[in-house]
Design a protein around this ligand. Sequence first.
Ligand code: GRF
Length: 208
Amino acid sequence: MTKARIAILASGSGSNTEALMSHFSTGPGSEVAEVAWVCTNRKVAGVRERAQTRGVAESHLPKAAMAEGELLRELRTRNIDWVALAGFLLRVPADVCAAFEHRMVNIHPALLPKHGGTGMYGMHVHRAVHKAKDETSGTTIHWVNEAYDEGDIVFQGEVALERTDTPEDIATKVLELEHLHYPVVLEGLIRMAQGTDVRDNTHLKSHN
Ligand code: GRF
């Protein structure tokens, strides 16, 4: 079976990108897929260095070029099978959403449908969770469609919060959870699509 080729779209420091590149470069993950391309809309972004350090192809595509069809052209030229959004702050162009339906996922740092939608990214999310005095937070992995944070949920992982947790504490707890789950959930989805679902996908069974 040929390995699935994953592209990651990211805008920031790229710690989830790092977790994905690591997972698919060794061990069982590397049997089914590889991270073939990292693309960012920011000329300067930590994620670019992370990809370069690992020898993964990376590009900067400005927002306008993405919207004008360049992103889809690149994805096709590079024979990409799956797209993972990891801290990507732009709307995904409609042509890419259509071409990668049920082959494109996003990770959100809260338990959707709470604390999602426009403006809900990064610390804004964790401050909202803190302000709401939520007893739990977590991460949501969902299919991407044209509406922000509204694609069907694939997986949610939850973490208990203490009353004393600051927004920064919440961010740390959630990020740790993301690094743990995102690579394994994506591997599970790829395996299911390939019909090679032989691993224990306990993660996917907790989908609600
Ligand atoms: C993560 O919390 C993710 O849920 C959100 O953006 C953040 C990206 O962090 N979509 P990083 O760039 O992967 O460190």
